[in-house]
Design a protein around this ligand. Sequence first.
Ligand code: LLP
Length: 404
Amino acid sequence: MKYINKRLTVEKVNFQRIAKKFGTPFYCYSFSKLRENVNKFKNNFKSFSPLICFAVKSNTNVYLIREIKKFGLGADVVSLGELMMALKAGIKPNKIVFSGVGKTFDELKFAINKKILLINAESLSEIMVINKIAKLKNKKVRVGIRLNPNTDAKTLKQISTGKKENKFGVNKNTFQKIVDFCKNSKNIDLKCLSVHIGSQILDHKPYEKMLNSVSQILGKTNHKFEFIDLGGGMGINYSDKKESLNYKKYNAAINNFLKKHKVKIIFEPGRSIIGNTGTLISRVIYIKDSGKKKFIILDAAMNDLMRPALYGAFHRTLPVIKSNKISNKTYEFVGPICESTDKFITLKKFQKLKEKDLIAICDVGAYGMSLSSNYNLRPKPIELLIKGSKINIIRKRQKHTEII
Ligand code: LLP
């Protein structure tokens, strides 16, 4: 994304043109950025060619998943809906892993029928249900066990998953119990140990710690695992500072690990693949002066992009048409929803805005549209995929008639 003739442009189209044609708010993704992210991700770990399973929860658009599939990626899913969507996008079952703490009987039955690569179980009770279904169907089911390594991912507490107080995975003792159970079962083929310690991780050290814990457990457990699924969580740079995960160090730690353990590595990245490919474009409806600051009331709201309200997440916010005039008042960018947390960002020294101007909220490809809702009975925005100068509609704008 860059300014060409003062207009913010993605690939070969400027957002102003798109807004004129499709209205606002809209989500817009860049295909070339997506390709670049996938290539970078593959390159970072090329010495051991992992199986990369895209975390569908980060973006569930079937067209985007289809593009991701064409790059050779599989899918990490956490519900029947996501599993069906991954299959619809054409991802082969032997490249799908299924995580989640509360998979129901029906979800597990469907996954078993589809013969997906792995069901990553997160409790002894879940293993019992898998065993029961497999027995009924006279099948042997490939299973992973998700370990809770009690590692602090050093990220937001709301998106941290690998500490013992988090509901995810099982502790070392339960892990061993499940291994013993699986070994005695004719219907379970224990293939994988999985971990995922959190999301938006920018420090490689928690990953090193996680690998140490996994290594220790593998040393103690007398079982040969074929796969180690290291989850996702690789953070991206949301800020203007240059923050990034040190992939070289993470890669080195994994290579070290692989010297001791002959296993195939699986990753489940979401944000690092799709996060910075997406932008939310919104129009200023009204500007309200409240004395100290001005409220910039946008036509996008927390139902379209929940991250700031939910986590206090920061998203770079830019004018779609650049000018040199700077406002002397603080701007608070808000949506029309009846909640005080319906607020995107507060900025000082933003360029002077007027009603009907366009605003770009950046890096919303992951957990943007997938977390959206119809709160206040607002229809969901249209999604567009830009390929060079081509604009593809990849999800229509929801109509009021569909939700009323
Ligand atoms: N694997 C598992 C088991 C997960 O739970 C997650 C994310 C991922 C993979 C993908 O993580 P990623 O590479 O995208 O960090 N809504 C939050 C993020 C929640 C992440 C949930 N699990 C946000 O907007 O930041």
